[in-house]
Design a protein around this ligand. Sequence first.
Ligand code: PGA
Length: 270
Amino acid sequence: MPNRQVWILGNFKQQLLPGEVSKHLRALVPATQAIRDRHPDLHLGIAPTAVSLERAFRDVGQSTGPQAETNPVRVLAQNVSAHESGAFTGEIGAKMLVEAGCDLAIIGHSERRSLFQEDDAVIAQKVATCAQAGLGVILCLGETLAQRQAQAHAKVVRDQLKAGLAQFPWELQVPLIVAYEPVWAIGTGRTATPEQAQEMHGLLREALCELDPKQGSGRSIIYGGSVKPSNAADLLAAGSEIDGFLIGGASLDPTSLTAIAQAASEHLSQ
Ligand code: PGA
């Protein structure tokens, strides 16, 4: 694994009630203590629904805002409004998330793209709004099965990266993580092979370095799509461009999430 930050992040989606998130964290925080002690560059995080954020911060028992990086488990936002503030019923703004304690937000998840019609322009606006508020960005992208079958996957993800970051204020030094998540692997039980993932991460790395010559090589690119304890080690072993995971289904169980973090820890120790 390269000299970059490694992220093991759970995306709870619209699952787990606030009380269940608490129970999860009460198991996860102690179970992962030794891993965190061993690897200060390995970061764990969970993204619960917005109504669970405040309680989750209490459960991790720690700081919010810029100090959030000292928390044993980071608490992330699953989504954010494209607008700074205003009459947008039901939306949650980046500044609100920062004040709630978040330091990272997931943007451009394939479910937001396909089920909520978020296109590249909306995603770029969300990225820019977050960055201006000082909220770090986890930018998700990935091709559909049809796009892969048509051999368009490389172009699709390159275009998504460029479009999503079109308004990113590079000069502000806002944290940015890219998550490669092939749509055909999300929630399907079908994972990209380690070779496929490595190829796509390599290509995203090149594109990121073009966009951000100064820091592109140091930014983390994580993989998502049916990651579980049984495939995490193989994916990490595929090569040096996979800097961790964004995990849906398997993250709902603290034991599985801990096992994935353990696989990353063992990989880092090699
Ligand atoms: P999955 O979800 O692990 O359940 O495939 C991944 C994601 O949606 O980020």
